[in-house]
Design a protein around this ligand. Structure first.
Ligand code: HXC
Length: 510
């Protein structure tokens, strides 16, 4: 009997050794943790339950029959993050470069199926050379099976991808279909084709970092949602993100204990808006002052800074925040900010996370660059996302809410539940100067008349009361009471039920 038990332990040891000492050392030398070390750090201590530790590939071509490492280059299973169940796969770069074989894919698919059936998030740790070259089409088919499950799981359970090494080809398309992508600075890359292929096809010379490093994907392409300095920080931030999210679309986000008075008054907010309407202020200050304990988990911080997206908690419950940021491009809506916010709003709506929208927007960015790149279609994404969202929606206009952008930013007309405004709000078709120049063009050479016209326009429209008279703004509130009013509004909406008409699916302007 003891021999049998020892045999199990021997086999386990062999599986845990991955691709062997030399390759593990090489992994560490690059500043990367091994696949198992990553799982241990991600999950609560001792909570990991592994599946398929002894699975091996079935290829015999290219001398592969002689090399059959147990586990086949991916560690799969489930465990907990702060007590809540998650499923996880972690590719082992020390085994055939973490490349995906038919059996490697089957292991991933098994835990994806279980995650969907049991209603728990899927966290994929990607560190892979892509399709296993020795397996040909069998490995491509494996990728297709994973992709299909990414699509079926979308909107059912949260899917998070961590990019922790080189990821090319198939290894990028699976993450691309998940909800959040985190990268590690200086040791992770994502590209459809690497620098060598780029050189051959387009004659372009580019480094891996420039082509698909963390900075490229968090700042330029917006493929990634955040990047962190090393593996440890990336894994810890993933735990923090999981804490904000529900386990599935059938559950509410977790309610955490909170130590911040929902009735907290913030007198400093009464002077947040500068006297000069063209002077910026930091919208993050407002978010921090509304949030429980000032905690704001920002998503896509380095991309399209003119709009802020992220999670806060109010009375312990997760709320998604979308806010124009006057500090960047005066908070204007453009292609990048519309795409960024639309995707975030749709994530929140899919997972029943209420949305708080903070508005200070001078309109859509004009110009040929925007028009040629399709600002109409991209701006419509945000309009579409807000209009279709059925979760509780609370909106607060702090200053400008002009034109189409007023409508887009969770206005009453798009089924905003509570639409608040500060007394400093200006709800109008456009700013006073622009409006006067159009309406009174013939008087432009008379500065006195123009000044009087501008003042007349400001008195009439540069305030929240015209909108409030029509019920488009439900209440004009004191800035200092914002947290209290917003907390009460969301609390009153906890039982909200609203359904869209039946359809197979909508046709959002992609
Ligand atoms: C099999 C692979 C492999 C692969 C790497 N290895 N990629 N084995 N299939 N795709 C093995 C290497 O042979 C090596 O084995 C070990 O992994 C480490 O690789 P190195 O090249 O030594 O490491 P490094 O220098 O860090 O370079 C990593 C890399 C490079 C950038 C990922 O290996 C690479 O370019 N690989 C190929 C990438 C690729 O083109 N994949 C196919 C994508 S197409 P030893 O035994 O020496 O340790 C695709 C199609 C899917 O994925 C499409 C679905 C729709």
């Amino acid at each position: 009997m003891s021999d049998i038990l020892a045999e199990l332990e021997r086999r386990r040891e062999a599986a845990r050794a991955g691709g062997g000492e030399r390759r593990v050392e090489a992994q560490h030398a690059k500043g990367k943790l091994t696949a198992r070390e990553r799982v241990e750090l991600l999950l609560d201590e001792g909570s990991f339950e592994e599946f398929d530790m002894f699975v091996t590939h079935r290829t015999t071509d290219f001398g592969m029959a002689e090399s059959k490492p147990a586990g086949d280059g991916v560690i799969t299973g489930w465990g907990t993050v702060n007590g809540r169940m998650v499923y996880v796969f972690s590719q082992d770069f020390t085994v055939f470069g973490g490349s995906l074989s038919e059996t490697h894919a089957q292991k991933i698919c098994k835990i994806m199926d279980m995650a969907m059936q049991n209603g728990a998030p899927i966290i994929g740790i990607n560190d892979s050379g892509g399709a296993r070259i020795q397996e040909g089409v069998a490995s491509l088919a494996g990728y297709a099976e994973v992709f299909k499950r990414n699509v079926l799981a979308s909107g059912v359970v949260p899917q998070i991808s961590l990019i922790m090494g080189p990821c090319a080809g198939g290894a990028v398309y699976s993450p691309a279909m998940t909800d959040f992508i985190f990268m590690v600075q200086d040791s992770s890359y994502m590209f459809v084709t690497g620098p060598d292929v780029v050189k051959t096809v387009t004659n372009e010379v580019v480094t891996a970092e420039e082509l698909g490093g963390a900075s490229t994907h968090t700042r330029k392409s917006s493929v990634a949602d955040a990047a962190f300095k090393d593996d440890v920080e990336t894994l810890m931030e993933t735990r923090r993100l999981i804490d904000f999210l529900p386990s599935s679309n059938l559950e509410k986000p977790p309610v955490r204990p909170f130590f911040d008075d929902p009735d907290r008054i913030e007198p400093s907010l009464d002077t947040l808006i500068p006297q000069n309407p063209n002077q910026p202020y930091d919208m993050k200050e407002l978010i921090h002052k509304i949030a429980d304990e000032g905690d704001f988990y920002e998503i896509q911080e380095d991309f399209a800074g003119n709009i802020l997206t992220g999670f806060i908690r109010l009375e312990g419950s997760t709320v998604g925040v979308v806010a124009n940021q006057p500090m960047v491009l005066a908070g204007v809506l453009d292609i990048a900010s519309s795409r960024k916010a639309a995707r975030f709003v749709r994530f929140c709506d899919a997972f029943e996370i209420p949305i708080l929208t903070l508005v200070d927007v001078p309109g859509f960015l004009p110009g040929t660059a925007q028009e040629y790149d399709g600002v109409i279609k991209h701006g419509a994404k945000l309009l579409f996302a807000y209009a279709e969202a059925t979760v509780p929606k609370v909106t607060l206009i702090t200053r400008k809410a002009y034109g189409g952008a007023y409508v887009v930013m969770s206005s009453k007309h798009l089924r905003g539940d509570f639409n608040y405004a500060w007394p400093t709000a200006q709800v109008a078709v456009m700013g006073a100067k622009g409006a006067t120049e159009i309406l009174h063009r013939s008087e432009l050479n008379d500065p006195e008349k123009i000044a009087a016209r501008t003042e007349e326009y400001e008195t009439n429209f540069a305030n929240p009361f015209r909108a409030a008279e029509r019920g488009f703004v439900d209440e004009v509130i004191m800035p200092q009471s914002s947290r209290k009013r917003i907390c009460r509004a969301f609390a009153s909406l906890r039982g909200k039920k609203l359904n869209n008409p039946w359809k197979k699916h909508d046709n959002i302007p992609l």
